[in-house]
Design a protein around this ligand. Structure first.
Ligand code: EPZ
Length: 421
């Protein structure tokens, strides 16, 4: 398994080009199942999870052609309606094939995604939503078996669905299914994440009728069929946030290109509160810091609140900032896997249920640490960049799932990170 060796006490200077958003690209790639015509996508990041999604779509029968800058997908026919466990277990987002398969092919058999390091991550809201639209669903031997063959023309029926928790992929799954359902579907308490809006905008280009994207109530009026479209995937908010925090912590000045500041306001506010200087220009953000930061309190919540995917990175920042701080994780029940590893590097952190109390100011020292989930691994890289001495990070396949060319991009702005096979 690959490891990263990260040299400590490096200041970061220079330019970083932010890639396309993993969490927009995944549902948008899967939306190709909804149409027999060509969906042409650009700015799709080169990530492990994208490869997994392409493998899954190919298995289902989607034709995929790729060139340097674009991916073309067309689901003229489907050879399978099931997403097998060995593909789903590596990537939970595979659950997103359920909606499109059900609404276009009236049948779907998708392995239950199972939990992951950050929590149990049930899909009950997805399932209840499909049942509200008339689908028959039973769970057997770890598989979700769904069918609408008993319904007129085998089509889902539009319904009013009230999701009792804000769920990003739940909103995406039900929105995709509703585009081809009979009649109108209303999703109450819908997720407002920019990635949900990006998917919705792509679906509208494909001929879907969707109102209320970005609000807590999304209305979808079902249509007969969807067409092909061209779509550029939005930038990755979390990748951008990760580099901005890195520069704030290590000191220096970097410019992130290809970003829209209005989509990362909560992150920018916290960086300013910590004492970093932020300059916003069209499509780029420059951050400047002397590395002497003030620790900041944060509580994660659905968009536009502070994103849970940035919690680990800001915790790393707090461990080397002045003063003590409180980090409350309200989205996932176990998203503090990075804490033990940061403590191995000398951080001073106490956990009480979903609250971490961090006493900053410690100079971290390099150590051998282990990545456990995507964003936890990122927080270890950030901590390692400021620590005294080298840090060795194992199991970095977690990083490769969500960060395109991480060590290349960091080394281009002054880091010294080596990948060891
Ligand atoms: C998406 O996961 C993202 N993944 C996650 O990013 C992100 O952390 C999360 O949204 C929150 O923003 C993708 O978009 C592929 P949820 P998702 O459904 O949709 C509970 C990363 O690092 N819930 O919004 O799986 C759930 O347990 C990943 O890129 C139910 O109870 O998250 C959680 O507590 C990690 N029942 C809360 O809702 C359901 O049916 C929010 O989960 C669905 C969710």
């Amino acid at each position: 398994m690959d490891r990263l060796i990260v040299q400590g006490q490096r200041k970061l200077f220079g330019d970083v080009v932010i890639s396309g958003a993993k969490n927009a690209a995944l549902p948008i790639l899967i939306s190709s199942l909804l149409s027999s015509e060509k969906l042409v996508l650009t700015n799709v990041p080169k990530l492990f999870d994208i490869k997994t999604t392409e493998k899954l779509l190919h298995f289902l029968g989607v034709e995929i052609e790729k060139d340097k800058n674009s991916i073309e997908l067309s689901a003229k026919t489907i050879n399978h309606i099931d997403a097998p466990y060995d593909l789903v277990k590596t990537m939970r987002a595979s659950i997103l094939v359920l909606g499109p398969l059900l609404s276009r092919f009236s049948k779907a058999r998708v392995s239950l995604p199972g939990g992951c390091a950050i929590g149990s991550r049930p899909v009950d809201i997805h399932i209840r939503g499909f049942e509200a639209m008339g689908a028959k669903i039973n769970i057997d031997k770890g598989y979700i078996n769904a069918s609408t063959e008993h319904l007129p023309e085998g089509k889902l029926i539009g319904a009013k669905i009230n999701m009792d928790q804000v769920t990003v992929t739940g909103t995406e799954n039900l929105m995709m299914a509703a585009t081809l359902a009979r009649g109108e579907t209303i999703l109450e308490n819908a997720a407002k994440e920019p990635e949900v809006i990006d998917l919705g905008n792509c679906l509208i280009k494909m001929g879907a009728k969707i109102l209320g994207l970005g609000t807590k109530k999304i209305t979808i009026i079902g249509v007969e069929s969807l067409f092909g479209a061209n779509h550029k995937v939005m930038f990755d908010r979390i990748e951008a946030g990760t580099y901005l925090v890195a520069a704030a912590m290590t000191g220096g000045e970097i410019c992130c290109h290809g970003v829209e500041s209005d989509k990362i306001e909560a992150i920018l506010l916290k960086l300013k509160e910590a004492g970093a200087e932020i300059k916003i220009e069209d499509k780029k953000i420059t951050i400047k810091s002397d590395g002497q930061l003030k620790a900041v309190n944060l509580t994660t919540s659905p968009y536009p609140g502070f994103p849970t995917d940035m919690q680990a990175q800001f915790m790393a920042m707090n461990t080397v900032a002045k003063g003590s701080s409180k980090v409350i994780e309200k989205i996932f029940e176990n998203r503090f896997m990075h804490v033990q590893e940061l403590i191995r590097m000398g951080a001073n952190i106490d956990i009480k249920k979903n609250t971490a109390i961090i006493r900053g100011d410690d100079k971290l020292s390099g150590a051998n640490v282990m990545a456990t989930d995507l964003r936890a691994s990122a927080s270890l890289v950030l901590a390692a960049l400021t620590a005294k001495g080298d840090t060795e990070i194992e199991r970095i396949y977690h990083l490769d799932r969500g960060y395109e060319g991480l060590e290349k991009k960091f080394n281009q702005i002054g880091a010294k990170i080596k990948r060891v096979k």
